[in-house]
Design a protein around this ligand. Structure first.
Ligand SMILES: *[C@@H]1O[C@H](CO)[C@@H](O)[C@H](O)[C@H]1NC(C)=O
Length: 181
């Protein structure tokens, strides 16, 4: 009788131990999947005026009087810096274009690569594609991919205008980018 009882207890203990191990594995997998995104913070300098612009108009809006920006295409190679001052530490470049694609208000389709040239992500890039209405307080652009350290990247960027010259259109924009990779 005693042996039967002991055997049963042994089986119960073994099953419990196997269950606990499975749960541990599952938990570990869940933790990996929910890993924290990489947070990047920097400033984007879009200079359209002056002798050395970093964004150039390649297509003028066809009907500038009634729809000031619709149909316009600007190509940029804009510096990204650590702080809002143009002379602060370089982070990389934003290379791509933004085009007026909203007939009712100021709204761009923005397609660009963020090319990192310093720090931990030097040599890696992020590809962003989304809608940018520059007069909104916060704009959200999807991160659709990346290279190097950012292979398999997915995420989003939040853009806030730090400074805007309404006369020239020059702007400094704060970027907070959250990336899973
Ligand atoms: C970034 O990487 C390039 C190529 O490896 C290198 O030449 C450059 O010095 C690096 N820049 C910084 C700021 O680390």
């Amino acid at each position: 009788m005693a042996t039967k009882g002991t055997l049963l207890l042994l089986i119960v203990l073994l099953v419990a131990a196997a269950d606990a191990q499975l749960m541990q594995k599952g938990r570990r997998r869940a933790t990996t999947a929910a890993a924290a995104p990489t947070h990047l913070h920097f400033y984007f300098h879009d200079t359209v005026s002056g002798k050395s612009p970093t964004a150039v108009r390649v297509v003028a809006p066809p009907d500038a009087s009634s729809m000031p920006m619709f149909g316009m295409v600007n190509v940029m190679d804009d510096p990204l810096t650590e702080g809002p001052e143009p002379g602060s530490g370089p982070v990389g470049r934003a290379q791509g274009l933004y085009m007026g694609s909203d007939q009712a208000r100021l709204g761009f389709l923005q397609a660009m690569n963020l090319v990192f040239t310093s720090g931990e992500f030097n040599g890696s890039t992020l590809a962003l594609l989304g809608r940018n209405c520059p007069l909104d307080d916060v704009r959200e652009l999807p991160v659709v991919g990346g290279t190097g350290a950012f292979r398999f990247a997915t995420g989003y960027a939040l853009l806030r205008t730090h400074w805007l010259d309404l006369r020239t259109g020059d702007a400094i924009v704060e970027y907070n980018v959250y990336v899973m990779h």
